[in-house]
Structures are given as C-alpha cells and as structure tokens.
Design a protein around this ligand. Sequence first.
Ligand SMILES: NC(=O)c1ccc[n+]([C@@H]2O[C@H](COP(=O)([O-])OP(=O)(O)OC[C@H]3O[C@@H](n4cnc5c(N)ncnc54)[C@H](OP(=O)(O)O)[C@@H]3O)[C@@H](O)[C@H]2O)c1
Length: 263
Amino acid sequence: MKKTILITGAGTGIGKDAAFALALRGHRVLATTQTEAQSDVLRIEATNRNVVLEIFKLDITLEADREAIAAYPIDVLLNNAGMGESGSLAEVDMQRVRQIFEVNLFATLALTQVALRGMIAREKGTVLFVSSIAGRVPMPFLMPYSMSKFALSAAGAGLRAEMDQLKKNIQIALIEPGAIHTGFNQAMTNSKYQWMNASSYFAHQAEAMKKKERATFKFLEARSTQGIVNQIVKAAEASRPKLRYVSPWIQGFGIRLARIFGV
Ligand SMILES: NC(=O)c1ccc[n+]([C@@H]2O[C@H](COP(=O)([O-])OP(=O)(O)OC[C@H]3O[C@@H](n4cnc5c(N)ncnc54)[C@H](OP(=O)(O)O)[C@@H]3O)[C@@H](O)[C@H]2O)c1
C-alpha cells in the first residue's frame, strides 16, 4: 500500500537517501529541509534524477513550520532531523546541551504531536524516530549528543506503549544507525574544538584526541547509507513495526555486548 511519508532533515545524508528510496518504491514523499536553500538544491537533484519528491522547508524548531504539516494526511512521520554536539560534560556550556536537546528531543516531540493529531483522528499512522546506537551506551566526549539520543529512544519506547494502550492503530519505532559516513560524525567531533581552549581540562590531550577520533570513525563508519535506508523502508512499510531497527548489524551487536558487560 502506498503511503504519504514526511521526512525531516531530508536535504542531506540518511534523510535524503531515504526520501529517494521511498519515492522510488512508489510512496508520496514529503521531503522537508531546514532551510529554503536546501529545498532549492534538493529540487534540482530530484529533477535531475527524475524522482518525484514534494519538497518544502520545515525547521523543526519553529512552531509555525511544525503546524504547517497538519495540512497533510501523513501516514508515516520519519523524524530524521538531528544535530551533533561534543565535549566533556565537565566543561561544556549548558547552552550547547540545551540547544541539542531542543532539536533532537523537544522539537522532534513537538512535531510528532502535530502529526499524531491527524493520525489519531484517522486511526492509522506510524512515527519513526531516528535515534542512534549512541542512545544505548554512553559515549564519552559525545555525551551532549548521546544523552539527547538516550532521551529520544526512551521517549519512543514509552510513546509506543502509550499508543498501544490507546488502540488507534498508531505504530512507533526507533531507527538506530551505527556510525555511517555522512559527514555528521566529523562535524560533531569537531564541534568541541570551536570552544575548547588552553583552559580546557583536556587541552593537553586535544591533538591526540583529534587523531584518535579521525582513526576511529575511519575504521567504524559504514561507507554507505544503504543498510539503514533499507531498515527505514522496512519500518515505514510494516503494519506492526518492531521497536528497534539497527544498521550496521555488527555495530548493533557490539552495543548489545557492551550493555551485557555493564558499560
Ligand atoms: N551518520 C551517523 O553516523 C549517524 C549515526 C547515528 C544516528 N544518526 C542520526 O541520523 C540522522 C541523520 O543524520 P545524518 O548522518 O544523515 O547527518 P546529516 O546529513 O547532518 O543530517 C541531519 C539533517 O538534519 C537537519 N537538521 C538539523 N537541524 C534541523 C532543524 N532544526 N530542522 C530541520 N532539519 C534540521 C540537518 O540540516 P543542516 O545540514 O542544515 O544542519 C541535516 O540535513 C540524525 O538524527 C543523526 O543523529 C546518524
């Protein structure tokens, strides 16, 4: 059955690749981007690839943008938009922590509430939250991000139980990517060097940290989004999605082991 699927943060990375994949499977895809400029670029790419996407600007932190989605009969909301932030919890500015929670958690939930109004009235719908395996085990020096994804995963699991109890055929699932090369991890790990200075507790380790981060992500990152996009397609099309969809599976397995051994 063809569905109307709204994707946030669809101008780049996983969101963009999911938008094309879902449209090629015949779904009506509302591919939204944080800025008008990103919408313009995406429109050109969709035209060049001969793929039909309905593209418009949706900054999830803006209430007016969020309310505008009430006009669409959304079957699936893919909450993909997200930001990264790194640095030690011992010294990171709390404003940065608040900002990442604003985007990754509060704005995402506020948008979900708008979509749920229509879904509950129509008695069908699926909400997918793109969380992270960083929401399963704490990631030192990525904790602003890791904490925001812990909160998002908890929110998704809790909302799933609530919607089950409501019995209005509303499905909730978590998409949990491992490290995938989209540029996101590099931007996130670098963010702390914008403010870490000579007075940082970790100033003397900064060069070694940068080297280790580069090597770690080079080793860990999947080179393509294909695996996680396949999981998104499965979750979006399922009549009863599982709670969690993880890719690459080997990273999901590593996270399970880490939890068993008490990380
Ligand atoms: N890549 C990974 O290894 C990985 C691993 C686990 C989870 N994830 C999650 O996967 C999702 C997609 O990440 P990605 O790797 O594809 O990176 P990405 O290309 O940076 O995608 C994130 C998208 O979200 C957009 N965005 C940020 N703030 C927004 C806002 N207020 N309103 C609307 N859109 C906003 C970004 O726009 P701008 O470009 O304008 O900032 C960007 O297009 C994120 O939720 C991320 O946390 C990624």
